[in-house]
Design a protein around this ligand. Structure first.
Ligand code: SF4
Length: 773
């Protein structure tokens, strides 16, 4: 261990929940685990939300599984079993399914909370041991539309292509569909500092959320119309002559097609579609365009739609047309949600990707990874189904499922149908920390270790790879996911290649990712501890490849291909000062970042391009992407010629109200963990239906009265929470709960054609006072 745990001092680690991956210390005294502030960690500077503060409660034996469970064929109930019996049963049933129906009859479903090592091993297990193409993960339900739009526009996506520390130093941020004041409260300080520095914040959300309350301007469009809103803003940018023609000419392609689409979305039409008045639209354009630098950040609001890729593409178009991309303190970014939503998709548990953010359909990528794995490239399966399509096929051509760290009974769209598909399987095995609603349906449940009980890496929303260190010993009876996969591989005839030591796995992951877009080859566990994380790409051979990079300035192969890296103007080893003190073009002479200090420099203080500050040091990692060129073959960003289209399910006389779903402060994702933490459960004990007083009057309900929300897919019932902070044509439900208040019973499974993201954020419902039919 790099930093010992125990009573001698806190172990430096990270929160088990969201993509901010707040740093924290954990101290253990007489068996009692306490959170200790880790003020020096730059991302959260010691701040934690209530979820992070109470995370040690997850380690309580009473809250979690401590022995394998196997369904008793006679009673039909889950009963304790030995590890040997449980693993033998899983291996036998998976092999039996393969023998009877073929490899693709076995599926694997992962989670965005798995460490990079586990996600990597799970992808390798599926493709090498099971030989199945049927693997995807719940991150598909998180930021896949932003990933798809980012890849289309820039050639690669990385949540934020710049550090969070850049936010306070830009001029304006448009925050689209993010309620970070509730989902990741410590991040709010970056926006508070933005305002203190004279910048402005625009929040786009159908609800006046706690985040929207902080905004200088809040636009509240109808759910599912933010694509039109972005087009309307860009229309005004064009007609007001605010485009950056030099940037468009030098660094982009496809503007003519995008421009033509934009010109069809004149402001009055956009007002009719979105409900946002034209003067507000004009004000937003003014605020975004007047400062020298500006950013657009999206989250689940625009992304979790059946047109999420185009919606994000429209916001990227706005950045490109105004020259707010590919330079310091400006750009587009996605606020990823799950703890390892970013890293989880980079290393192989996504249906179409191999480690290093490689495309599974690319012969060169297959050859590289196959060599690391010691297998024939032709033996690697083709890309498989996306998450919802995979779940929808359960009980059809997919007969058996191995599921890790996910709870689709609560988190998948059209959840009652997904639950029914899970029940129809021949065999379901679940590895999890707790007996989630999905684990309750399993034939075998394996109790596995969790965050503070194991070491592993995660990649936060900035692309900063972090080491979450083990601080406590797991209870007896519990084993790690890596142990599980190694044991199953051996029982299925693959004795080698599945180590159980996370650092050993990471060393292999480094080789598998080398040369890929998400190149981790220059990252080591020790560096992660010493440097508070390293931003990818970070090629191991950065120095030797440096002279060959297109800039001739020291980028490694991946970094050079991205044209980004530490060698861009923000932190060039060859800066005009010749001293390695990088100058920030377009703003580098401004005030120092509030977050900057000697150890964690702000943009204007960034060190030389080499980690050591010398030409011979290791690659420093890449805090900022795209400064020299975008990661497309010609180095130019690509406009998306997108147009508005309606939601998959529009309101009508039978279902006249729009339902949108989301999160609350005290719960996380499907609630499988946070609902077991007493303080969090007390703060947010159950679902609710947020609705406007006019809507409440219309159906005759008062505050706290039960409301039935009915869609074409089912009915959910929860108490009314009446507020003017929501549009009168819209209701909101948080999705953290199972049972009759399960919001995802109602949601629509229509999929985005590119990202395969379901339409979580908009569907048509009708409301009834509960008890009416
Ligand atoms: Fe930080 Fe997110 Fe954990 Fe809260 S849940 S402490 S914001 S990482």
């Amino acid at each position: 261990k790099l930093v010992p745990s125990g009573t001698s001092g806190p172990t430096l680690t990270h929160c088990p929940y969201c993509a901010l991956q707040c740093g924290m210390g954990l101290s253990v005294t007489d068996g009692r685990v306490e959170v200790v502030e880790r003020a020096e960690f730059p991302v959260n500077r010691g701040a934690l939300c209530g979820k992070g503060q109470t995370a040690p409660a997850l380690l309580d034996r009473a809250a979690r599984l401590t022995e394998p469970l196997v369904r008793d064929p006679e009673t039909g109930r889950l009963a304790p079993a030995s590890w040997d019996h449980a693993l033998g049963l899983i291996a036998g049933r998976l092999q039996g399914t393969r023998d009877a129906h073929g490899a693709d009859a076995v599926a694997v479903f992962g989670g965005g909370g798995l460490t990079n090592e586990k996600a990597y091993t799970l992808g390798k297990f599926a493709r090498v041991v099971l030989g199945t193409s049927q693997i995807d993960y719940n991150g598909r339900f998180c930021m896949s539309s932003a990933a798809a739009a980012g890849r289309k526009a820039f050639g690669i996506d990385r949540g934020l292509p710049f550090p969070l520390a850049d936010i306070p130093r830009t001029g304006c941020v448009i925050l689209v569909g993010s309620n970070l004041a509730e989902t990741m409260p410590p991040a709010l300080r970056y926006f508070t500092e933005l305002k203190e520095n004279g910048g402005t914040l625009i929040v786009i959300d159908p609800r006046r959320t706690k985040t929207a309350e902080q905004a200088d301007l809040h636009l509240a469009p109808r759910p599912g119309t933010d694509l039109a809103l972005a087009l309307g803003m860009l229309h005004l940018v064009v007609t007001q002559g605010r485009t950056d023609e030099a940037f468009i000419a030098e660094r982009t392609t496809g503007w003519e097609g995008a421009r033509a689409a934009v010109m069809a979305h004149w402001p009055e039409l956009v007002e009719r579609i979105t409900g946002v008045p034209v003067p507000q639209l004009r004000r937003a354009v003014e605020m975004f365009c007047e400062p020298e630098n500006a950013m657009v950040l999206t989250a689940r609001g625009p992304e979790q739609q059946a047109k999420g890729t185009d919606t994000v593409g429209a916001w990227i178009n706005l950045c490109l047309a105004t020259g707010r991309a590919g330079r310091p303190l400006s750009g587009y970014g996605c606020l990823t949600g799950q703890g390892n939503g970013q890293g989880g998709r980079e290393h192989g548990q996504k249906a179409d990707q191999l480690p290093g953010y490689r495309d599974l359909a690319d012969p060169a990528a297959r050859a590289h990874v196959a060599e690391v794995w010691g297998v024939d490239p032709d033996s690697l399966p083709a890309p498989g189904r996306s998450a919802y399509e995979l779940l929808d096929a359960l009980g059809g051509d997919i007969k058996s499922l191995l599921l890790m760290a996910s709870n689709p009974v609560v988190s998948a769209p059209r959840a009652a149908h997904v639950e029914e598909r899970l029940r129809s399987l021949d065999f379901l095995a679940v590895a999890d920390v707790v007996l989630s609603e999905t684990a309750e349906l399993a034939d075998v449940v394996l109790p596995v270790t969790q965050w503070a009980e194991e070491t592993g890496t995660l990649t936060n929303l900035e692309g900063r790879v972090l080491l979450r260190q083990r601080a406590v010993t797991a209870p007896s009876g519990v084993r790690s996911d890596l142990d599980v996969l190694s044991e199953l591989a051996a029982r299925l005839g693959v004795e080698k290649g599945f180590p159980t030591d996370p650092e050993e796995v990471f060393e292999e992951l480094r080789r598998a990712s080398a040369g890929g877009a998400a190149d981790y080859s220059g990252i080591t566990y020790r560096r992660l501890v010493e440097e508070d994380g390293v931003f990818w790409p970070c090629p191991e051979n950065g120095e030797s490849a440096a002279a060959d990079g297109p800039t001739g300035s020291g980028a490694g192969p991946a970094a050079s291909a991205l044209g980004t890296s530490a060698d861009g103007p923000a932190n060039s080893a060859e800066s005009p000062t010749g001293s390695g003190a990088g100058a920030v073009s377009g703003g580098g002479t401004g005030p120092e970042s509030a977050s900057g200090d000697a150890r964690h420099p702000g943009p204007a203080q960034l060190p030389a391009g080499r980690h050591s500050g010398t030409p011979s040091g290791p690659h420093p990692g890449t805090p900022r992407l795209f400064l020299d060129r975008f990661a497309t073959p010609d180095g130019r960003a690509r406009f998306a010629p997108v147009t508005h289209r309606p939601a998959a399910e529009e309101t009508d006389a039978e279902y006249p109200v729009v339902l949108t779903t989301g999160r609350v402060l005290a719960q996380y994702q499907s609630g499988a963990q946070t609902r077991r933490v007493p303080e969090l459960n007390a703060a947010a004990p159950g679902p609710f239906v947020q609705l406007h007083p006019r809507l409440a009057d219309r159906i005759g309900v008062g505050e706290g009265d039960p409301v039935s929300v009915v869609s074409r897919r089912g009915r959910a019932v929860a108490p009314a929470r009446i507020t003017t902070a929501i549009r009168a044509d819209t209701v909101f439900m948080p999705f953290h709960w199972a049972g009759e208040g399960r919001a995802n019973t109602l949601t629509h499974p229509a999929l985005d054609p590119t990202s395969r993201m379901p339409e979580f954020k908009v569907c048509a419902v009708r409301l009834e006072a509960a008890g009416q039919s």
